[in-house]
Design a protein around this ligand. Structure first.
Ligand code: 13P
Ligand code: SF4
Length: 304
């Protein structure tokens, strides 16, 4: 383990104050990045924080669609992504053009897009959702035909929870699919007392073995509040950094050593400092797309 450079952190925090910036970090960020952030959370919490901040600059330690969501909600703020290559392969599995084509085939369907999607796709959608509120969002669309994009597994999970049939886009998270039911079964044998928490981006056969299906911050809340002292964590491995920090007396076991999102790991302390110095890379959604995408995001924020 390497220890973060105290001088670098001091410079970074000083520059953050000068720029009147806030640092928002997703739960999958490297521990050193989580430690200097003003707020660490899941996709829903981060969009809520972005919407309410009075900072002039938002440094988004996460991936591109998250910075875009902040730009959709805060057009007057400068939104910075410290590495412009940090994307989400699942978000790229649906394009605005391919979605328009599918909409022509399903003219009566309401389009629900997972927040892990581009601003252009959000602009083509009726309502957005995150893993924390997807069930509530679908329940709010009583009696309507639904097209859910792009995560087929989140869509499948919500469909089983709500009893609603939906048209599912064939997208998936390349990180969560690495967690297999064999991984869970083996760990359950090894830790018979442990509760199994999984993210709804996991495959259905993995979800079927879980005690709880939760967003990343849902897992953080459960870890604090539950009596359980051992938990198998079925999501990107770095969440365990936060879980251990907040619950040093409890044991957290990663469901798979393979569940690491390389895009999330592109953000480092050095790049956060660089972003504040250079005021780059700025993520700004073009106004015509922003206004249409905002309708879908606002609709979601009204449901939760
Ligand atoms: P949440 O933190 O919203 O649960 O999302 C997980 C994820 O994969 C984000 O890319
Ligand atoms: Fe995308 Fe999966 Fe990485 Fe989240 S963990 S950013 S869904 S690839």
């Amino acid at each position: 383990m390497t220890f973060p450079d105290a001088e670098l952190i001091e410079k970074l925090l000083q520059l953050k104050r000068q720029r009147k910036a806030v640092i928002l970090a997703h739960n999958y960020q490297l521990g050193e990045v989580q430690d200097i952030a003003d707020f660490v959370g899941d996709s829903l919490e981060l969009s809520q924080k972005a919407a309410e901040t009075d900072a002039e600059v938002i440094v988004f330690c996460g991936v591109h669609f998250m910075a875009e969501t902040a730009s959709i909600l805060c057009p007057d703020k400068v939104v910075l992504l410290p590495d412009i290559q940090a994307g989400c392969p699942m978000a790229d599995m649906v394009t605005a053009e391919s979605l328009r084509k599918r909409k022509r085939e399903l003219p009566d369907a309401i389009v629900v897009c997972y927040v892990n999607s581009t601003a252009e796709v959000k602009a083509e959608s009726d309502v957005c959702c995150t893993s924390a509120n997807a069930v509530k969002v679908i329940e709010s669309l009583e009696g309507k035909e639904i097209l859910f994009v792009p995560d087929q597994y989140l869509g499948h999970y919500v469909s089983t929870k709500t009893g609603r049939e939906m048209h599912l886009w064939p997208g998936f998270c390349s990180v969560h699919v690495r967690i297999t039911s064999d991984d869970i079964l083996r760990l359950k044998r090894e830790y018979p007392q442990a509760k199994v928490l999984v993210h709804p981006e996991c495959r259905p056969e993995v979800v079927a073995l879980a005690d709880e299906v939760l967003s990343t911050s849902g897992m953080a809340r459960y870890a604090k509040e539950a009596e359980a002292t051992e938990m198998i964590i079925g999501t990107e491995k770095e969440l365990i950094y936060r879980l251990r920090k907040e619950n040093p007396e409890k044991k957290f076991i990663p469901a798979s050593e393979q569940a690491i999102c390389p895009d999330m790991k592109l953000i480092t302390l050095e790049k956060v400092l660089w972003a504040l110095k250079e005021m780059a890379f700025e993520v700004k959604v073009p106004e015509a797309i922003r206004l249409r995408a905002k309708v879908a995001v606002d609709k979601m924020l009204r449901v939760v």
